[in-house]
Design a protein around this ligand. Structure first.
Ligand code: TYD
Ligand code: MG
Length: 472
């Protein structure tokens, strides 16, 4: 049999196939398989001829513990307290979300401490300059270039005065001339990243790679790219909203659950120091049914957000369930628990759920707040005033404790909330120093009862489908 000279690589997951097909068997992506030339034949065994490596003690002090701090607080915290020299950070996000804007601001901030390089493979020098001028950064001593040839970029980074930070915008536009495939393919992305990371490690440059994301929201190209870099940050946000959230999903030098909150303005990204106030900012004074305030945690920081639900009688046989900002599978679970364990009739109703402000909530601790918003809408009965809610719901309807309950209460108290619906505290008699009236809930049924008791008089107490009016 003739030796294969090419292979078929899925651009979404990196799986290698023997022949082309319309769908990748590994990740189920459609139309993602591309033919790539196979490189040199497998090298000979390396069992002989190696050089002995000198092992060292783990306890030795690292040579330099410095971190480059940009001064953009929200960014530095997500990066684990500043950038480690020689580290590589991959920044992913939807097109137009603000990756280039953020990294230009970071490069400008770092350029005041040392040499900062910004290489754009997508925009011309003039376009970047125009953007910088609009953001008031035109005077920052950033070294700018428009280039895509990795060979040239590596040579430029490997100069006598190595840059302190270098931004490559984006890795998908970079081109390694020793590889046959087109820019943006798995082989090119991997090859380009490898060479750039190597030179950054050697010269102690903090390297940023901008990565595009696929429709599914993962960084385009193989997962290998995520394994190759030290830090992976996602920049996310809803298009229609001003807020942008920078989230660490991998960090070799810091925690991964931190977020940084920014606001996109006409002068670039501005840090948001108190996001809770921002996410609750446009709440109306008088309580409406279907809205519940969730006291969440994002990393080390408590964050209050409003969860909105609308429960409406369905017009079709299959009820519609639409979710923005939360996990659809978890919504289905909460609905099922309400229905099966607490007898709440939801099977014939459409359910819409929205996290206000464009935030994506990922904690299971939001379960109880979601349930409260649903019950509030269903019964047309507002959540009791000035109350925050949190707790995880189990399949039997039990409400489980969540982490950092005191920090959540403290943040709520700071923002003027006076009461909380929450799980039972782990240790009996454990009390925080907040003066919030905490009502501990052990089973979802108690929450259901709470809303049924306080239901507005015009809402009929008769079980079964309610008139359309009840659906707001
Ligand atoms: P950009 O950083 O180019 O996005 P990405 O690199 O992730 O593709 O951001 C582009 C968007 O940001 C664009 O829709 C316009 C908006 N924007 C502002 O609103 N204000 C600004 O000052 C800048 C520079 C961009
Ligand atoms: Mg860009």
């Amino acid at each position: 049999m003739a030796k294969a000279t090419s292979q078929f690589v899925c651009q979404a997951c990196g799986a290698v196939h023997r022949k082309w097909s319309g769908k990748c068997d590994d990740c189920d992506a459609w139309n993602s398989i591309v033919e790539e030339a196979i490189g040199a034949a497998l090298p000979k065994s390396v069992a002989t001829g190696g050089r002995k490596i000198d092992f060292v003690e783990l306890s030795g002090a690292p040579l330099n513990e410095v971190r480059f701090v940009s001064g953009i607080g929200e960014f530095d915290r997500v990066a684990g307290g500043g950038l480690v020299p020689g580290s590589t950070t991959l920044v992913g996000g939807d097109p137009g979300i603000g990756k280039s804007t953020l990294l230009l601001q970071v490069a400008a901030a770092l350029s005041r401490q040392g040499k900062a390089v910004y290489v754009s493979g997508e925009e011309s020098v003039d376009q970047v300059r125009m953007r910088a001028r609009r953001m008031g950064l035109a005077e920052a001593p950033v070294q700018l270039a428009a280039a895509t040839a990795v060979r040239d970029i590596v040579a430029s980074l490997d100069q006598a005065e190595a840059p302190l930070a270098a931004v490559i915008d984006s890795i998908q536009t970079m081109f390694v001339d020793t590889l046959d495939s087109a820019p943006g393919t798995v082989a090119q992305v991997r090859g380009a990243a490898q060479d750039l990371i190597r030179v950054a490690k050697r010269r102690g440059t903090a390297l940023f790679l901008v990565g595009h994301v696929t429709k599914e929201g993962t960084i385009a190209g193989p997962r290998v790219l995520e394994h190759m870099v030290d830090t992976v940050l996602y920049f996310e946000g809803e298009r229609g909203h001003q807020f942008r959230i920078l989230r660490a999903v991998k960090n070799r030098f810091g925690p991964t659950d931190e977020i940084g909150v920014f606001e996109m303005t006409d002068r670039g990204l501005i840090e948001v120091a108190n996001p809770s106030a921002l996410f609750l900012g446009d709440r109306e004074g008088n309580a409406v049914s279907g809205a519940a305030v969730f006291a969440g945690m994002e990393g080390t920081r408590p964050l209050l957000v409003e969860i909105q639900a609308l429960v409406a009688p369905t017009a079709f046989g299959t009820p519609r369930r639409a979710v923005i900002g939360w996990d659809a599978a978890r919504l289905h679970m909460v609905l099922a628990v309400l229905e099966a364990r607490c007898g709440v009739p939801l099977a014939a109703r459409d359910v819409y759920l929205n996290v206000a402000g464009g935030l994506k909530v990922q904690e299971p601790a939001a379960d109880l707040a979601v349930a409260a918003a649903l019950l509030s809408s269903l019964n047309d009965c507002p959540v009791p005033g000035q109350t925050v809610i949190f707790g995880e719901i189990g399949l039997s309807g039990e409400v489980r404790p969540v982490s950092q309950m005191e920090s959540r209460l403290k943040e709520a108290a700071k923002l003027g909330f006076g009461a909380a619906l929450m799980p039972r505290r782990r240790k009996r008699g454990e009390r925080g120093d907040t003066d919030i009236a905490a009502r501990e809930i052990t089973h979802l049924g108690e929450l259901v009862a709470l809303f049924e008791q306080t239901r507005r008089p015009q809402g009929s107490a008769v079980p079964g489908p309610r008139p359309a009016k009840g659906a707001r």
